[in-house]
Write a protein of this length. Structure first.
Length: 548
């Protein structure tokens, strides 16, 4: 009876094959955009066993759903034994049979897609169906359900003790934080940025958030674990786990795929690091003059090293930019363009100062410590960088001058030749015509040689720069190698000039001096006047008219 029924089924299938094939082809050649998927998975108990293709009037998804439904029906039939699954060749297909029920038919198209014979594919599918049925029988058995209940009780107990341990641990941690004496206020000098009690409150709040996060995470994995113990809810457990594992897997895959870029960045960074160290060694030796280059001055070493280091950094960033995470995203590019425009528009004066600073470096108009005059500012250079130059005046006032202004002003350097040739200090006095010029020269030179920090060699010298109506201009020139003490030297020199002239009884006629000599006191301090000196009286006389 069974063989007769099977023969009738084969004859009916073969007779209807051309008609069904034409219908299937017309259905699959329908309007573009309505085509059904070429393959569909056969799922049993939320697990994919294999994929099937559409045949005849059955699209792939409909065929897969029909096969899944037959397997699920077999799993519920307690009289069916999974080991009784067999395969039988029916000519154009190989059938997988459960007693008299055809579970599915493997076609030549199915076998061709896998690249194996039809009989081999049918046996493989039959084994998979058999194993799935055995697994379902085992998972839905009373023993498996009781074990699931036992495991759920154990998991619940573990969760309970975990929460108890967290409660005890964090309660102790709260008391430790609140009673700790090691927590100090955060201060910037005398300004209290965060008080100690505020830091304690913040640490306690962070600890509470940490406890809440651990509790939620434990509950999440507890729910996934308990749901996985029972076959009816195992699919939900997998979904819950996928919510956490899928992002982690994506992150891990992103990290793994980015590793070649990380290695590239590491190699380039390492090469740049040691290149900069090598460049620093070269410029350090140039500064120490253990390495000399014709036309390269030692004071150029440090600024040149900074410029070269900046160029190496810029080149490294240009090379590494395409390998940075997110460098190809439109947002990253937009932010880069915005920052570039912002820097370009807002740094015009800064760039001008930087360019002027570079030019001043290689012009060598001064160095740190030099006594200079920039425009109307006289003082010592205390700092020079790419943006500004700082000068400390003789009154201890520090003046900051932009490099662009320094470059546009005339610069007088008093220290440039002071050590080798000496700086000439000069001052002018006016003496009346009644004083012999040789005496005046001697007095001025003696006053200069008596002054501290005035060099004995080269000797001071005098210029007579003008012959005015009432006096003669004498310019004293003296050498010194201490330009930083210029103000004090001038003061001492003027004092010594006064003393020498007073001792010699020579009157200084500067700036203007006029007197009626008859009866006037001499213009010399009392300690330098002759002993017993007294001012003469006015003498009056009667002049007779010669005409009579």
């Amino acid at each position: 009876m069974t063989s007769t029924r099977r023969c009738f089924q084969h004859i009916l299938r073969l007779s209807c094959m051309p008609f069904l094939l034409s219908i299937a082809m017309s259905a699959q050649a329908g309007p573009q955009g309505n085509q059904t998927p070429a393959v569909a998975p056969v799922e049993v108990d939320h697990k994919s066993l294999f994929e099937v293709q559409g045949v005849l009037s059955f699209p792939a998804h409909a065929r897969a759903a029909a096969i899944s439904r037959r397997i699920n029906d077999l799993s519920k039939d307690i009289t069916f034994k999974p080991d009784s699954l067999t395969t039988a060749d029916s000519g154009s297909t190989t059938d997988i049979l459960a007693n008299d029920l055809v579970v599915m038919s493997v076609t030549d198209q199915d076998a061709k897609a896998i690249g194996q014979s039809r009989e081999t594919v049918a046996k493989d599918y039959a084994d998979r169906i058999r194993n799935a049925l055995l697994t379902m029988r085992r998972e839905y058995s009373l023993k498996s359900i009781l074990l699931g209940i036992l495991y759920a009780i154990v998991a619940t107990s573990v969760l309970y003790f975990l929460f108890r341990a967290l409660s005890i641990l964090f309660a102790k941690l709260y008391r430790t934080i609140e009673s700790s004496r090691r927590i100090r206020s955060i201060k910037i000098q005398r300004f209290e940025l965060l008080a100690a009690h505020r830091i304690t409150e913040i640490m306690t709040g962070v600890t509470r958030l940490l406890r809440l996060a651990i509790s939620i995470l434990a509950l999440y994995f507890y729910a996934s674990l308990v749901l996985s113990f029972f076959p009816w809810t195992r699919g939900y457990a997998e979904i819950l786990l996928s919510y956490v594992l899928s992002p982690l897997q994506m992150v891990w895959q992103g990290i793994v795929s980015y590793l070649p870029n990380v290695f590239f960045i590491g190699v380039i960074g390492l090469v740049s690091f040691y290149a900069i160290k090598f460049i620093k060694i070269i410029f350090t030796e140039l500064e120490r003059q253990t390495i000399t280059v014709s036309g390269f001055y030692p004071e150029w070493a440090e600024p040149t090293y900074k410029i070269v280091r900046f160029l190496v950094f810029a080149l490294t960033l240009i090379v590494l930019f395409p390998y940075l995470p997110g460098s190809r995203s439109p947002a990253f590019r937009g932010v880069s363009i915005f920052l570039g425009v912002l820097v370009s528009l807002g740094s015009t004066s800064a760039v001008a100062n930087i360019v002027a600073g570079v030019i001043l470096t290689y012009m060598r108009p001064f160095k740190t410590g030099d006594r200079v005059k920039i425009a109307d500012t006289v003082g010592d250079i205390v700092e020079k960088n790419l943006l500004v130059t700082r000068v400390r005046t003789i009154k201890n006032v520090e003046i900051t001058i932009a490099n662009s202004m320094v470059l546009g002003s005339h610069i007088v350097n008093f220290s440039c030749s002071a050590q080798q040739e000496g700086l000439i200090l000069h001052t002018t006095v006016t003496i009346g015509y009644d004083a012999p010029w040789r005496v005046v020269h001697k007095l001025l030179i003696d006053a200069a040689l008596l002054t501290e920090h005035v060099l004995q060699e080269p000797k001071p010298f005098i210029f007579q720069t003008a012959l005015d109506d009432f006096y003669v201009h004498y310019e004293l020139n003296a050498f010194t190698n201490q330009p930083g003490l210029m103000a004090g030297i001038y003061s001492d020199l003027h004092q010594n000039i006064q003393d020498k002239f007073y001792e010699a009884g020579v009157e200084i006629m500067s700036p203007h001096f006029s007197s009626v000599r008859d009866g006037n006191q001499v213009a010399i301090p009392p300690e330098y006047r002759p002993k017993g000196y007294s001012a003469p009286r006015f003498r009056l006389g009667i002049f007779e008219d010669p005409a009579g």
